[in-house]
Design a protein around this ligand. Structure first.
Ligand code: AP5
Length: 218
């Protein structure tokens, strides 16, 4: 099962994908996480991506497709794959289709997460991320046990630079302009599409998400 998680910034794609990948042993490919790791490691790709990410703009398609191709072994492993935050443009979707076709797979399901802008803005303003283990918290909804400290690994939590209010506004615009058209694009493919109302409790969303990808709901 190859699944695309589609939805605006802050809608909860990462939260849901990490949980399902842990529970079901599926691969989780988040281009945002891969780019942030490249930045931390100081790679050439990370340096090139930095200005785009900090401005809330998309990183160029060519760089993203190169990054995803490095994960070809995941694509051939036969396990379930969750693509989180990728593809984000029609060019990326076409690139992914080509890569999957070459290994005899295709996108089976597109899960579209929806929530109003006010919810997304509140979630992103309160998000705190662990730069070491990737755990995500929220000062409004799911605070860490000790303020500013990761429950999982003890590292100091950060507020992502692209979660500042002005950049969030731009990221929402970019989603509407460049990524939302993928809903229609995938509608014309064989992939089954499922919409999830994501302005709800995390556990309720998770139950629907499991059903959406063919697993038993919790
Ligand atoms: P990326 O890291 O992919 O960011 P994004 O898509 O903007 O998504 P987010 O991580 O902000 O949100 P999410 O939906 O995963 O929400 P989360 O679960 O964390 O991309 C960052 C940048 O990298 C892009 O702007 C771009 O520059 C670049 N990039 C990445 N991929 C690219 C690509 N393919 N092409 C080009 N450029 C690319 O949840 C958010 C918060 O809400 C958390 O605090 C969480 O705890 C909380 N929360 C989640 N669910 C709930 C709930 N149900 N109730 C209450 N709180 C909740």
């Amino acid at each position: 099962m190859v699944v695309i998680l589609l939805g605006p910034p802050g809608v909860g794609k990462g939260t849901q994908a990490v949980r399902l990948a842990d529970d079901a042993g599926w691969a989780h490919v988040s281009t945002g996480d891969l780019l942030r790791a490249a930045r931390r490691d100081g790679t050439e790709l990370g340096k090139r991506a930095q200005t785009f990410m900090d401005a809330g703009e998309l990183v160029p398609d060519g760089l993203i497709l190169d990054l995803v191709r490095e994960y070809l072994s995941v694509l051939t492993s036969g396990s379930g794959i969750l693509f989180d935050g990728f593809p984000r443009t029609v060019a990326q979707a076409e690139g992914l289709a080509g890569v999957l076709d070459a290994v005899g797979r295709r996108v089976d399901r597109v899960v579209v997460f929806e929530a109003p802008d006010e919810t997304l803005i509140k979630r992103l303003s309160g998000r705190r991320s662990c730069p070491d283990c990737g755990a995500v918290f929220n000062v409004h909804f799911t605070p860490p046990e000790v303020e500013g400290v990761c429950d999982r690994c003890g590292a100091a939590l950060i507020h992502r630079k692209d979660d500042d209010p002005d950049t969030v506004v731009r990221r929402l615009e970019v989603y509407k302009e460049q990524t939302a058209p993928l809903i229609e694009w995938y509608g014309a493919t064989e992939a089954e599409q499922v919409v999830i109302e994501a302005d709800r409790d995390v556990d309720l969303i998770y139950s629907d998400f499991r059903s959406a990808v063919g697993l038993v709901a919790t």
